[in-house]
Write a protein that binds this ligand. Sequence first.
Ligand code: MN
Length: 257
Amino acid sequence: MSDELDLIKRELVVANRVLAFENVIDAYGHVSIRHPHNPNRMLLSWSRSPELVTLDDILEFNLDGSTVGGDPRPPYRERFIHTGVYLARPDVNAVVHAHAEDTLPFGIVDVPLRPVIHSGSFIGLKVPVWDIEDKFGPNTDLLVSDADQGGDLAAKLADANVVLMRGHGFTATASNLVDVVRLAVYLPKNARVQMKAMAMGAPKYLNAGEIGAREGGKYGAKTNVTQRAWTYWATRAGVTDMLPLADFSKGDPNLND
Ligand code: MN
């Protein structure tokens, strides 16, 4: 294994542990990245709870959902969420699927989930809701079980960052792993604040200008402000030994907040 690939797999282990520790994911849910050397493949654990994932658990998959190299360990049944998104969205390189409870109400009532706090800006302006019943009828078990369903979910996601899945959970996407973890961590927090606010009155949402102001390089994965969060989460999750030694302390002071 090349050093670079090893490093990337280590970050994927960190992502698994962080999402588990921050209660975004429990026994179920998963996080993947597109393979850095082959856009037609992805890296994802075999069917193991994210809190338990180690370097050896990360497998390589083709985008038809098959494992590369015929590893005998069982894959996540819902890997087609990830393959569907990677096939439909060449700009997406990292995907999180989870069932975080606070996001679920927005999938079953006609109230859009929208950014209400600054750290929720990465959710984006619109969050579509995918209802598996629309195309696949009333007798599914709600899980994304094949390429057809994964493709349909990705079509509903369209060019958004997040899609909610009725009665099930959410799928979050980003151009890189750190961004998608941040998005997945703040999504339930934003949902909680929005629900609390709606119990009190009509919330004031972030406007398009405020959302746009936080996109792009200012909060990019390699900035100090973002690495600060990444190392914080990794430390809480007990996996700092998996991170490369990087010093972002001499970065642009304007990138701190
Ligand atoms: Mn699921």
